[in-house]
Design a binder for this molecule. Structure first.
Ligand SMILES: [Zn+2]
Length: 605
């Protein structure tokens, strides 16, 4: 398949952007020596093993083996294709791309995503205008001001209004020549049940645009002004919107989450706005969906390793339900999560109005972790009678089993043991039981998950012999030595095909990640990319003399290895008194020795 973006443009983009900045947008990075370290966005981990090298412009995770350059990072993280990623970075860096010749499929996906984003942006503008200036927006303006929304917050969150009527937006699109099938794919209009044509999805609703972390509008939420149902209506999932990957307000909150190493997770649009208006800007909303590991991993990228997530609920019941639903994810992603339940009858908005933000922050500082919260809630519910204590244990054994971390688990067992006065070993026994039942119940049950995570490192790390890996790492890291490598044709002596491929790439001055851009889904290529990143980022110091010695050593070993079967064959032939074969083998041996001597001479010169 012909590539449609010229190599020099790709190189230009690569030169123009810094991988540390790009990764740093979503992963909290700390300087460590000449590299940067952070928590891997691609696997769950407690201590950072995700390394970004500004010198090499590469990343590598020593935990899961993921690695590559700035393109592969974004592709993996955002699920975009190579051409989309190039385009994205071209925009950022201001590199102009030539007119593109793409495959129909590439064209369709790229243009569909773009068309949807464009359309969303156009729509936000219209809804904002309607809210701010249109006579039809009066009721919405009144409603928002009654709820205490300040103009600057309405602006910041780009809140708008979709007026009454079935085809305001549809006709607006028609007037502008927007194809309605695209509007349908954007989730903005729906096909009429009878006859032809489309009608507006959002009617007579306050509109809350949902953005990605870069501030591009990917979906909409609409709330009615009265008690009509449904109270909230959201966009369907589209080419650009996945519920499990989106959080309301993240674009505005991210810098504040990073600064505070803390994020508040609330339930709806109004909660986000309420906190924001009261000066608490590190807040995102889940929009009625359960938290997913994508959400948690995304947030962890901002709050970092020692960060904290506080989930805010307006009732015990909601808090308990959410804690049960999300404890697995938090335990697995090693995020310190807390539960904050507001006093009965309050939501964040009314709480702020009545008690002020200081009281909220004070309450937040006293929150309990998810597990102690669940334990206390169970005791509250079941009481401290003998039956009550047994019921409590029954309620919390399963969430406790979610903690693979033995330290966390033993802390919670101790806490529970003290609260319900049940022996620690009895509690542990019960947790084990729960865990094994869960495991036998489903193949993906808990015990399976409790096994140590399979490491892909061994798969990548074991490519070739240590000495071959060392050789390729040297070629990647110490380019001064390449003339010597070329002179002795050493790459040809590498036995491992993947290492040899990387070696050939380095000599050709090519980047295999770029080379194979038209088939980024290719598994072999993926492994190659990771291996290359791994070898590039090994912490090593090289000097010219040392490298020459190493090459010498490599050639000598290789020749010895090659010769071993030959020497054995000679011995055998002599034993068999097969003179003809002996002679032929001895000639080969001589040739081998000559070659070896030639190598040595070149090396010594
Ligand atoms: Zn990783």
């Amino acid at each position: 398949m012909a590539s449609f973006i010229p190599e020099e443009k790709i190189a230009e983009i690569k030169d123009a952007c810094n991988i540390v900045d790009v990764v740093g947008e979503t992963v909290l990075l700390k300087k460590a020596g000449k590299n940067y370290l952070g928590l891997c966005p691609f696997h769950a981990e407690k201590t950072p093993s995700f390394t970004v090298s500004p010198d090499k412009q590469m990343f590598y995770c020593f935990g899961c083996g993921e690695g590559g350059n700035v393109f592969s990072f974004l592709m993996k993280q955002q699920g975009t294709s190579f051409p989309e990623t190039v385009k994205l970075l071209a925009e950022r860096t201001g590199v102009a791309l030539p007119e593109q010749r793409q495959t129909p499929e590439q064209k369709r996906r790229l243009s569909e995503r773009e068309a949807i984003l464009d359309l969303n942006n156009l729509t936000v503008g219209l809804y904002q205008k309607t809210l701010q200036r249109d006579p039809r927006g009066q009721a919405a303006r009144d409603y928002l001001s009654k709820r205490g929304f300040r103009p600057e917050v309405i602006d910041a969150y780009r809140i708008g209004f979709a007026p009454v009527g079935w085809d305001n937006l549809t006709r607006y699109f028609e007037r502008r020549g927007v194809p309605l099938d695209v509007a349908y794919k954007a989730g903005l209009v729906a096909p009429r049940r009878q006859g032809q044509g489309y009608y507006d999805r959002f009617r007579e609703r306050i509109i809350f645009p949902i953005s990605n972390h870069r501030g591009k509008v990917i979906a909409f939420g609409g709330r009615v002004l009265d008690d009509a149902l449904p109270k909230y209506l959201n966009s369907p999932e589209t080419e650009v919107y996945r519920k499990s990957h989106s959080l309301y307000g993240l674009d505005i909150a991210q810098a504040h989450c990073r600064a505070a190493e803390l994020v508040y997770i609330v339930e709806g649009y109004f909660d986000v706005i309420a906190l924001h208006q009261n000066g608490i800007r590190n807040v995102v909303g889940t929009l009625g969906t359960a938290l997913t590991n994508h959400h948690v991993r995304m947030l962890r990228g901002y709050i970092g390793q020692s960060g904290r997530a506080i989930l805010v609920f307006d009732s015990d019941e909601a808090g308990i339900k959410a804690a049960h639903r999300s404890i697995d994810i938090f335990a697995r992603e090693f995020v310190d999560a807390r539960i904050l339940v507001l006093p009965p009858g309050h939501d964040p908005d009314t709480f702020m109005t009545k008690f002020g933000p200081e009281a909220f922050i004070e309450k937040a500082q006293k929150t309990k972790g998810i597990m102690p919260f669940l334990i206390d809630a169970a005791i509250e519910r079941h009481g401290t009678s003998m039956e009550g204590r047994i019921k409590t244990l029954g309620d919390v054994a399963e969430p406790m089993a979610a903690f693979d971390d033995p330290v966390a688990r033993s802390v919670y067992i101790k806490y529970l043991s003290e609260r319900v006065d049940i022996d620690e070993t009895a509690i542990l026994e019960r947790i084990r039981q729960v865990a094994s039942t869960a495991a036998s119940g489903s193949p993906e049950g808990r015990l399976v998950r409790m096994a140590p995570p399979a490491s892909t490192m061994s798969k990548n790390g074991s490519a070739g012999s240590p000495i071959e890996r060392q050789l390729v790492a040297m070629m990647l890291q110490f380019q001064d030595i390449l003339p010597e490598v070329r002179k002795f044709n050493i790459v040809a002596l590498i036995e491992d095909p993947m290492l040899r491929a990387i070696g050939q790439d380095v000599l050709a001055g090519e980047d295999s990640a770029v080379q194979a851009k038209d088939r980024p889904e290719n598994e072999e290529h993926d492994t190659l990319r990771r291996l290359k990143a791994q070898l590039s980022l090994r912490e090593e110091v090289w000097d010219y003399r040392g490298c020459l010695n190493f090459i010498h050593h490599f050639v000598a070993t290789r020749n010895r290895q090659e010769a071993t079967p030959l020497y054995e064959q000679i011995k055998q032939a002599e034993k068999d008194h097969d003179e003809e074969r002996s002679l032929q083998l001895l000639k080969e041996k001589q040739k081998h020795l000559d070659r070896l001597r030639a190598y040595q001479k070149k090396l010594d010169s």
